[in-house]
Design a protein around this ligand. Structure first.
Ligand SMILES: Cc1cc2nc3c(=O)[nH]c(=O)nc-3n(C[C@H](O)[C@H](O)[C@H](O)COP(=O)(O)O)c2cc1C
Length: 210
């Protein structure tokens, strides 16, 4: 095992002041998101969900859109995460952008987006991704890679020279935030943290200890 407890990052890239914050957290998110270079998985985010008996599970999904009403990602509606959301739609998102020493944490309610919206997004996906959506029973056991590729080829043949419709079991979720926290790494671990919480239909901002 490698020794890693002596590895240190200095957090010193930026500061966050309450006067500079946007009054709506999605506007603040938009500002930060706009600053990230659009390369790699810049839109990757950890999504945590809870159900019994599985407990808390986290995984990365890709943020595909955001509006003033929340954050949208797409998945298989029969997957573990979707079944957990059905059990309890209180979820958490956590973005980390190391190049900026920034973290954004969201606590909110996940709801399926409209079939129309899911159809529109599915239509614009590459054909191979559309086939994969049909071919994968996400989170279920598969005996081998060969079986998986066989399932893919069956779908490929089924839709040969045809438009591929969105499977009913595949679509988007919107996460409507109750709270969003913005974290900017600070010198000597004195980080800046601001929490937006919705109270009486108004967004309130509190500075938190690091
Ligand atoms: C960079 C990256 C992006 C991913 N994007 C998605 C995504 O947008 N939707 C999705 O369902 N799974 C995505 N995954 C796969 C999930 O992390 C996860 O393995 C899968 O959704 C099954 O999770 P579950 O069994 O908890 O439902 C992504 C994984 C990585 C590493």
């Amino acid at each position: 095992m490698k020794k890693i407890d002596n590895i240190r990052t200095n957090y010193n890239l930026d500061k966050l002041y309450v006067d500079d914050l946007k009054s709506h957290p999605m506007k603040q998110f938009d500002l930060w998101f706009d600053q990230i270079p659009k390369k790699g998985d810049f839109n990757a985010v950890a999504l945590s969900t809870y159900s019994k008996p599985e407990g808390v599970r986290s995984r990365i999904v890709l943020l595909k859109n955001f509006t003033k009403n929340g954050f949208i990602f797409y998945t298989n509606y029969n997957s573990l995460k979707a079944r957990q959301i059905l059990y309890n739609n209180h979820v958490s998102l956590c973005f980390f952008w190391p190049d900026f020493q920034r973290q954004v944490r969201v606590y909110g309610l996940a709801e399926k987006i409209s079939t129309r919206q899911s159809n529109l997004y599915f239509k614009q996906r590459p054909r191979k991704s559309q086939i994969a959506a049909w071919a994968s029973s996400q989170s279920e056991q598969v005996v081998s890679r060969e079986q998986l590729m066989y399932n893919y080829s069956v779908i490929e043949k089924k839709f040969l020279n045809k438009k591929i419709p969105r499977p009913e079991f595949w679509g988007g979720f919107n996460i409507k935030p109750f709270s969003i926290e913005f974290w900017q790494g600070g010198v000597n671990r004195m980080h800046d943290r601001f929490l937006y919480e919705k109270k009486n239909n108004k967004w309130m901002i509190t500075r938190l200890n690091p």
